[in-house]
Design a protein around this ligand. Structure first.
Ligand SMILES: *Cc1c(COP(=O)(O)O)cnc(C)c1O
Length: 438
């Protein structure tokens, strides 16, 4: 299957090319030319499938023309190896725990699959591939871990100084080997701008084979559909065919876009609810029909502090008019104050510790349920990260720090290996030229 650019100013490319390039030359985003229907028998038997089986059925439907069956099976297997359970907080309210991977956030799904796919498609014996990734926290650690030790691929993680938690920083800034952490004196948007400018820089592109690893890369998006399929399966097991809504705490909207792919392919999802913090560009768009990006503001759910969500271009490609998009998507935004109160409520009512991002989702589900949901609606709120990833916030709100899972505790003792840089493009570029020999 071919992958086209949302700007349609360059010809479509193969899956391998789309993955290795990351961004098309016209600065649009790659989209699959078709979202083929999931076989009816597959949907029927879903309630009986494991995560890996559900994921493979989805992946085969979308990718079978582009990857041999045994390669795809192996990639799916290597991506997973941890669970994505729905925990029923209360009847009809499920929390989809996406934090059982190695870096405790949903981005592990995308990053691990992407590492497998890039390594598969990278021409052997050619120039190495340099991945540049801007992160507001979780992307960096997931990508760094996904690619750690993969031959002929390096990763540079750009992150805003002082704006990611200590624990998050340790997850990508202590690894060494083929991973370089760059601490930018600026915001997440500055980091993203540096990466974007590097991709458009002809001289750099002559010198290096560059790629991105943000949620803009199509190979990160596709595996994020796996857990929608599996969560739907779990809801169907519990509630038969009652309408299922997914509530997605959103920043760059990659996660939500992946869910939309699954729905367009026939997964019977009743609708989506986008949940944001004060960075409410998409909820505002849904309200008013005007898309007005603006600089991001800092919140306690900082992985969603995005002022110009990159995947909006994909959503707008699937639903080109305001009216079309509103049929499939609701949106709500919440303040930090409301988020804190929700974290307390979830703890008190259900004895469940939810992280600030999940709490924004919980609030959106509560509001959507009051305003729009049918009586028998089943809501699945994506818990996008483990509360320990945001331990400082969780402790200040709940009075108790969530325990860091055993397997990650040693990180706190490891030395930080970051390189500090200003947000100035020229110094970033000259660093790249010095740091990577080719
Ligand atoms: C990345 C991230 C989000 C936002 O996901 P998008 O795909 O960018 O919308 C939400 N929560 C957490 C914890 C994240 O790491």
């Amino acid at each position: 299957m071919q992958y086209y650019s949302t700007k349609r100013q360059v010809p479509p490319v193969s899956l391998g090319e789309a993955i290795l390039k990351g961004l098309p030359d016209d600065n649009g985003l790659f989209m699959p030319e078709q979202l083929p229907p999931l076989p009816a028998e597959f949907i029927d038997k879903l309630p009986h499938l494991s995560l890996e089986e559900a994921a493979l059925g989805f992946a085969e439907t979308l990718l079978k023309e582009d990857l041999p069956a045994d390669v795809l099976r192996d990639m799916v297997h290597k991506t997973l190896g941890f669970d994505a359970p729905v925990v029923w907080l209360a009847p009809h309210t499920g929390i989809l725990e996406l934090f059982h991977g190695p870096t405790l956030a949903f981005k592990d799904f995308g990053a691990r699959f992407m590492a497998q796919a890039m390594s598969y498609f990278l021409p052997k014996g050619d120039k190495p591939l340099h991945i540049l990734v801007a992160t507001s926290g979780d992307t960096g650690s997931a990508v760094a871990h996904g690619f750690l030790g993969i031959p002929d691929i390096t990763v540079a993680v750009l992150y805003p100084k002082g704006k990611v938690s200590n624990f998050q920083e340790r997850q990508f800034a202590t690894l060494g080997q083929n991973i370089t952490a760059i601490e930018i004196d600026g915001t997440f948007d500055d980091c993203q701008a540096l990466v974007k400018q590097a991709f458009l820089d002809e001289e750099l592109n002559k010198h290096f084979r560059l790629s991105s690893a943000n949620s803009i890369n199509i190979s990160r998006l596709i595996p994020q559909a796996f857990y929608y399929v599996y969560a739907y399966a779990q809801a169907a097991r519990q509630y038969g065919n009652q309408p299922v809504y997914f509530v997605v705490p959103s920043g760059n909207f990659g996660n939500l876009t992946a869910g939309m792919f699954a729905r367009q392919m026939g997964l019977p999802i009743a609708g989506f609810v986008a949940a944001t913090n004060a960075n409410d560009i998409v909820p505002k768009y849904l309200q008013r029909g005007e898309y007005m990006p603006r600089p991001s503001v800092a919140t306690i759910s900082n992985a969603m502090d995005v002022g110009n969500p990159s995947n909006f271009a994909r959503l707008a490609d699937m639903f080109p008019t305001w009216g079309e998009m509103k049929k499939h998507l609701y949106g709500y935004a919440f303040s930090d104050e409301a988020t804190r109160a929700a974290m307390q409520e979830v703890k008190q009512k259900y004895n469940y510790v939810i992280d600030p991002h999940g709490a924004v989702g919980y609030l959106a589900w509560e509001q959507f349920r009051k305003e729009h949901a049918p009586e028998n609606a089943v809501g699945i709120v994506l818990e996008t990260a483990h509360p320990a990833k945001f331990g400082e916030v969780v402790e200040s709100v709940l009075g108790e720090a969530p325990a860091i899972p055993e397997r990650l505790r040693h990180l706190m003792e490891m030395p930080k290996l970051s390189i500090p840089l200003s947000k100035d493009y020229a110094s970033f570029k000259s660093f790249l030229m010095r740091h990577y020999p080719n």
